[in-house]
Design a protein around this ligand. Structure first.
Ligand code: GLA
Length: 386
């Protein structure tokens, strides 16, 4: 991979890159739409992700090129006037993070030329955008030699997404990418960013991702809408409870007070946030106790809640999950990421993986009309230099 990136850099920019860097994608095992509600998440970084070959240049210009979007050619931007531009498409992510870093005073003292290559499917819910953000922050840190720790890098990535891109996301994606650890998932409390690594000891099972190939499309605006609904529900609850976030509520406290929300839709959104947070805590306890079956049941309950109460699944993801659950050797299955398209994650007994991919693939294509893609994945580590 290193050679491929170095060659492409030379081809595009006619000079040598200084180095090649990598940042992973991520998959969330459980804890969906909890990160902006002060709840817990349980994602892991992947071994697939985004690569960049990069070098500083002597002017003030950023030059970005993606091997995944060759048709867009080299995208240039002036370091001192970075703003979101529709025509810049994917390059708004690196622009965003560099703008936030400059605003925070990090000494990015010249332009850079960067060639990217990603092997995460785009718009799939595996965080290709957060991967590019964290990677670009890491590239800047390495090229200019300043100090920024990985938690800070995650926060900067989230800020870029919120303020530059305009998606009001939580911290999960950038955090799990920056802080990934091979063989482990991260049990993160988004209320205070305390975290713990938990080994993914699945014994005779694998993590299988199914990509629906339905692009997120309107997802970003729906995402912000869900977040707004949760905030409105919280504001109602705060009229009677001393509460900072929905993540502070137990199921019992929620049931006792839910009628205060006074709107059936917002009540269901809040219910998901509260129950999903509790499910995540229970799921990590189950994994630690080696009770994979219980972990799987909680994954299934998570999907049901995302479909019925949070309403972020859709026919494609529901088809993938119901097809998965009709197969032999499937321990659990659910949508992962923001929803509205993207991927599912399933835990499948190793000996059943081939049949799973074949059968779920056939059912999906038969019902939806186009194919899904499957990836058997491992938990990988955070950013590094190759
Ligand atoms: C997207 C966001 C995350 C998180 C998930 C849903 O991936 O970027 O912050 O909210 O959706 O769990």
């Amino acid at each position: 991979m290193k050679e491929k990136l170095l060659q492409e850099f030379f081809k595009i920019f006619g000079r040598e890159a200084q180095a090649v860097y990598f940042a992973p994608g991520r998959v969330n095992l459980i804890g969906e739409h909890t990160d902006y509600n002060g709840g817990h998440v349980f994602p892991c970084a992947l071994t697939i992700g985004t690569y960049a070959a990069a070098a500083k240049n002597v002017d003030n210009t950023l030059r970005f090129y993606s091997m995944n979007f060759e048709e867009l050619g080299v995208i240039t931007a002036d370091l001192s006037s970075l703003k979101k531009e529709k025509a810049h498409d994917w390059a708004n992510y690196p622009k965003g993070i560099l703008k936030v870093m400059l605003g925070a005073g990090y000494p990015i003292t010249s332009g850079m030329d960067i060639v990217y290559f990603g092997n995460i499917p785009n718009s799939s819910g595996l965080s290709s955008s957060a991967s590019i953000e964290v990677l670009t922050g890491y590239v800047a840190r390495e090229l200019f030699g300043f100090d920024v720790n990985f938690v800070e890098l995650a926060k900067i990535g989230q800020k870029a997404e919120n303020e530059f891109i305009g998606v009001n996301c939580g911290i999960m994606d950038q955090f799990s990418i920056a802080m990934g650890k091979a063989g482990h998932a991260i049990f993160l409390d988004t209320a205070n960013l305390s975290y713990e690594y938990a080994p993914i000891a699945l014994k005779d099972a694998k993590i299988v991702i199914a990509c629906s190939n339905k692009k997120r499309g309107l997802g970003d605006s729906k995402y912000n809408e869900r977040r707004g609904e949760c905030e409105a529900a919280l504001a109602k609850l705060q009229t009677v409870l001393d509460l900072h976030s929905l993540g502070e509520l137990s199921e019992e406290e929620f049931e006792k007070n839910r009628s205060i929300i006074g709107d059936p839709v917002k009540e269901r959104r809040a219910k998901h946030a509260v129950y999903e947070n509790q499910r995540t805590i229970k799921a990590v306890a189950a994994l630690k106790a080696n009770d994979i079956e219980q972990f799987g049941k909680l994954m299934i309950a998570s999907h049901d809640s995302l479909r019925d109460d949070y309403e972020v699944t859709g026919i494609e993801l529901d088809t993938l999950v119901s097809a998965a659950l009709s197969q032999e050797g499937v321990i659990g299955s659910r949508m992962t990421g923001a929803g509205f398209g993207g991927c599912t994650v399933s835990i499948v007994k190793t000996e059943a993986v081939d049949a799973f991919i074949k059968n779920v693939g056939e059912i999906y294509k038969g019902k939806i009309g186009y194919a899904a893609d499957f990836y058997v994945v491992d938990a990988g580590c955070g950013p590094y230099t190759l």
